[in-house]
Design a protein around this ligand. Structure first.
Ligand code: GUN
Ligand code: ZN
Length: 439
């Protein structure tokens, strides 16, 4: 049992559903009582201390204690391919991303990379992630093991493709089914690990491969009992040339989302990355299904993919969370994605949705937990949730340190955090109550 003292800020509400201010919860001198990794009490520190005078105390003085960040779209094999600027999606994939992804065929390459990936995620304050995996089964075993060792809340799976990409990244639908089932049997539901069925995008997957994805998700499969918790993720509507290519490859379909929908892959367990260019019909379909979009602002900016139509998602009732989309995205730090999301909505003018600091915190935490069906476990610092937290505490003499002391209230403090924070401001990270990173 441990008592933590900090300035606690989180978003138990949904700022897109009403007055954003109502979504915020703050305890300027707050206390959290954590037992076996789970938050059991929260309130003013003085009151908690009076009730628990003898418990070990961890004082997190200065800065803000936030829920650990939830990254709903990040590519493990692209950690060492960040920074390939100046190309649109399909060129970038061919020239930057996919040659690096091929290297993961060698376990000797994947093993240190997986360690680096998991420890970098945590050092950037991310405690829960939906990770786009590798095309290689051995590299996935390595990632699952690294996530398990670290205690990361990790949902990931083997990436599937059976056409158009470089040949070494392709596999047959039959092999994809067998390898995915082996990985599910070995890892799904072990501790904080879950499996995500992950066709790369319908551009690189035939109908036969998408049918394999349906089988893996159940129903009808022999794994119905625990298939309930298997997730689905892919890419959609990222770039106009990609959208046109998909339309050419699937002449019978109404639109890009339909290439997944007709295989039963658009459900409330589906997270689609990007969705920068959706039609209204696609948004309706996603909303009806309860599927979520992972908005990846720095990636969309770096690749020139476009300005995410957030207001249309919200109007149609499609949930939106944040993804770093490393390596097209420019780093693992979700507050940077929040700031870029804010910029992009500003640039959309009348079509934009003006984001408050409360929206940005929600997008980086609670929204991601909801997208992953994990909001009863993570994403806020309310009682009953795992103690997954990030302590942002800038050096007092830094620009953020100085600015935080000027903040008029918690919302103002959050605004300054999103404007100025960097990974160097992460002073501590906890995973289910265990210290996982200290600056
Ligand atoms: N679409 C298919 N693969 C990828 C990828 O690796 N990154 C991004 N941004 N889009 C994709
Ligand atoms: Zn991606």
């Amino acid at each position: 049992m441990t008592l933590y003292r900090a300035t606690i800020v989180d978003t138990p509400g949904d700022p897109f559903a009403g007055d954003p201010a109502d979504a915020l919860a703050t305890d300027p001198d707050g206390g959290l009582l954590v037992i076996d990794g789970v938050i059991r009490e929260r309130g003013p520190f003085a009151a908690l201390r009076a009730d628990h005078p003898d418990e070990p105390l961890v004082e997190l003085t200065g800065g803000l204690l936030l829920p650990g960040f939830v990254d709903t779209h990040v590519h493990y094999p692209q950690l060492r391919a960040i920074g390939g600027l100046g190309m649109p999606l399909l060129d970038w994939l061919e020239q930057c991303a996919l040659p690096e992804e091929s290297r993961l065929a060698e376990p000797e390459y994947a093993a240190p990379l997986a360690q680096e990936f998991v420890s970098e995620l945590i050092a950037h304050g991310t405690t829960t992630a939906l990770v786009f995996g590798s095309h290689f089964e051995s590299a996935m075993d390595i990632l699952f093991a690294a996530g398990q060792d670290a205690g990361l809340n990790l949902t990931t799976g083997l990436v599937l493709s059976d056409r158009i990409l470089r040949p070494d990244l392709l596999c047959s639908p039959a092999d994809a089914l067998a390898a995915s089932q082996r990985l599910i049997d070995r890892w799904h539901g072990k501790g904080r690990l879950r499996y995500a069925v992950t066709p790369r995008f319908s551009l690189s997957t035939t109908d036969e491969m998408l049918e394999v994805c349906r089988q893996l998700l159940g129903p009808g499969s022999d794994r119905d009992a625990h298939a309930a918790d298997i997730w689905f993720t892919s890419h959609v509507n990222e770039n106009l040339a990609e959208v046109q290519t998909v339309a050419d490859l699937f002449p019978g379909t109404a639109h890009y989302i339909d290439t997944y929908h007709r295989h039963g892959l658009v459900t409330d367990r589906s997270v689609f990355a990007h969705n920068v260019h959706p039609t209204d019909h696609e948004l309706d379909l996603m909303a009806q299904a309860g599927a979520w979009a992972a908005h990846c602002p720095t990636s969309n900016s770096a690749l020139g993919s476009g300005l995410f139509p957030l207001a249309r998602h919200v109007r149609h009732g499609v949930g939106v969370a944040l993804g770093s989309d490393v390596g097209a995205g420019t780093g693992l730090f979700l507050p940077k994605e929040g700031l870029q999301a804010y910029f992009m909505q500003q640039l959309l003018g009348a079509q934009g949705l003006p984001l408050t600091p409360v929206h940005l915190l929600y997008l980086a935490t609670h929204a991601g937990a909801r997208a992953l069906g994990l909001a009863d476990r993570v994403g806020t610092l309310t009682v009953g949730r795992d103690f997954d937290a990030v302590w942002l505490r800038p050096e007092p003499s830094s620009s953020l340190g100085i600015n935080l002391r000027q903040a008029a209230d918690p919302t103002d403090a959050l605004a300054r955090v999103f404007a100025l924070s960097t990974p160097h401001d992460v002073a501590g990270v906890w995973l289910r109550g265990e210290p996982a990173y200290t600056r």
